[in-house]
Design a protein around this ligand. Structure first.
Ligand code: ADP
Ligand code: ASP
Ligand code: MG
Length: 424
């Protein structure tokens, strides 16, 4: 058993007083068995959305320090309630906000990156048998503004904390959520999705990058960089889930026991061509027409978007006799910042069309590197299911298309079957 164990619980796991009470019961049982937990929690489910809704009623485009101050407050509530529940059971617990733990970040509000964590408070508390209950998702910048790490960012708090602790003591990292494992597709969308016992950080990063929100992408990057093993598992069932392992080969089916330090690592096992179907239902597409021709306009536009922190995903452009057409996709969260940037570049708002309610569907797998024809099969499936494609992009281990949200389920199920991922 490791000396310490970071245990992160998502919004559903602390979504009601009953759930907080039963989480406290489970923690107390594990503490009695000898575990020394450092607990990280998200806001109660729905709370961060509610807070964002309040801000957007006043000004849908505002982003800045007041926004982060507001949306970080959900975690202040959940850590306090869990600490009270632990105290009631005779376990000493201390709720800690990001600033109290010295979680220093840069000042990119709503998407701040962690720069350093002071682990002294953790070791002091654990030394006194007090359970630290840490607010996920938040930090503090050099001017003492409260910052947030981006939606789903509590996972990143947990893994960063485990990485920081590992410098001084052995530390495991468990992420508890409302599904029992990482699956070959979101089990809420594809009923035949299969559980993956383990997968490499590389594959998990691709899945997260393509919208699978089961883990925040930046937590997987940190895990890969600092060698943190993540065990993703269910809050509601006591059984093993999925291991995301930093240094395994890309064996989606390897078990953690054989994948590290054993000769199994050297055996070449045939890869499945596609290891998962992922989707991002939070996609929006901006279409601009006409825009000035030539690369200069594009360079300035995308530079401005980048400076605002907008992550532009797929870009297409084409020349027509009436002018240049440009289309790009962003995540829904970035619509306000994108709008602000576009105002300066395309003053005539009639030339800008925003299409919301889009989704990105992707197939991902390191096995695609050695198998030609995946794109042909991908497009054939979408054609057969009559799904119009708005934007498309490929890399050596993934193919993604932006489609209408209404067609998402049908497309995901058809692709999942086509690439042999359905469970028996
Ligand atoms: P939490 O609040 O615990 O952080 P999230 O809602 O952020 O939980 O992430 C868990 C959700 O991720 C699941 O409920 C599931 O719908 C979704 N999900 C998307 N893709 C996958 C996948 N490939 N495997 C498992 N869950 C997935
Ligand atoms: N509460 C934050 C959110 O809803 C962070 C998290 O859940 O990880 O995005
Ligand atoms: Mg999450």
């Amino acid at each position: 058993m490791s000396e310490l164990i970071v245990k992160k619980y998502g919004g559903t796991s602390v979504g009601s007083i009953e759930r907080i009470e039963s989480l406290a019961d489970r923690l107390v049982k594990e503490i009695k068995q000898g575990q020394k937990p450092v607990v990280v929690v998200s806001a109660m489910s729905g709370e961060t959305n509610r807070l964002i809704g309040l801000a957007e009623k006043i000004d849908p485009d505002y982003r800045g320090s007041a926004y982060d101050m507001l949306i970080a407050s959900g975690e202040q509530v959940s850590i306090s309630l869990l600490a009270i529940a632990l105290q009631k059971r005779g376990v000493k617990a201390q709720p800690l906000l990001g600033f109290q733990l010295g979680i220093r970040t840069d000042s990119t509000f709503a998407k701040a990156r962690i720069q350093s964590i002071d682990t002294d408070p953790i070791f002091d508390l654990v030394g006194k048998s007090v359970v630290p209950v840490v607010a996920g998702f938040q930090g503090v910048d050099e001017d003492d503004n409260i910052t947030t790490l981006g939606r789903g960012g509590s996972d990143t708090t947990a893994v960063a904390l485990a990485a920081a602790i590992q410098g001084r003591a052995s530390c495991d990292c468990e992420i508890y959520t409302d599904v029992p494992a990482v699956f070959t597709a979101d089990p809420r969308l594809v009923s035949k999705a299969r559980e993956l016992p383990s997968l490499s950080c590389e594959e998990m990063m691709e899945m997260a990058a393509l919208g699978s929100k089961v883990l925040h992408i930046r937590c997987v990057e940190i895990a890969a960089k600092y060698g943190v093993k993540i065990h993703l598992r269910s809050t509601f069932e006591e059984r093993e889930g999925t291991w995301i392992l930093p240094d395994t080969p890309d064996l989606a089916t390897a078990s953690p026991a054989t994948s590290k330090g054993s000769s199994t690592m050297n055996i070449q096992i045939e890869q499945p061509v596609v290891s998962a179907v992922t989707h991002d239902a939070n996609t929006a597409v901006f279409k601009l027409f006409p825009v000035p021709t030539g690369p200069d306009f594009l360079a300035r536009l995308f530079d401005t978007l980048a400076k605002k922190g907008v992550v532009v995903d797929i870009i297409t452009q084409s020349e027509t006799t009436e002018g240049q057409r440009l289309a790009f996709s962003v995540t829904k969260e970035d619509i306000p910042l994108s709008r602000q940037a576009l105002k300066d570049f395309v003053p005539n708002s009639e030339h800008i069309t925003l299409i919301e309610n889009m989704a990105k569907i992707s197939v991902v797998g390191v096995g695609m590197r050695n198998h030609p024809g995946v794109a042909a099969r991908f497009f054939a499936v979408l054609a057969k299911t009559d799904v119009p494609i708005h934007l498309v992009t490929t890399s050596e281990i993934k193919i993604s298309a932006v489609i209408e949200q209404g067609k998402l389920k049908e497309a995901a199920e058809a692709l999942h079957s086509e690439f042999g991922l359905d469970k028996a």
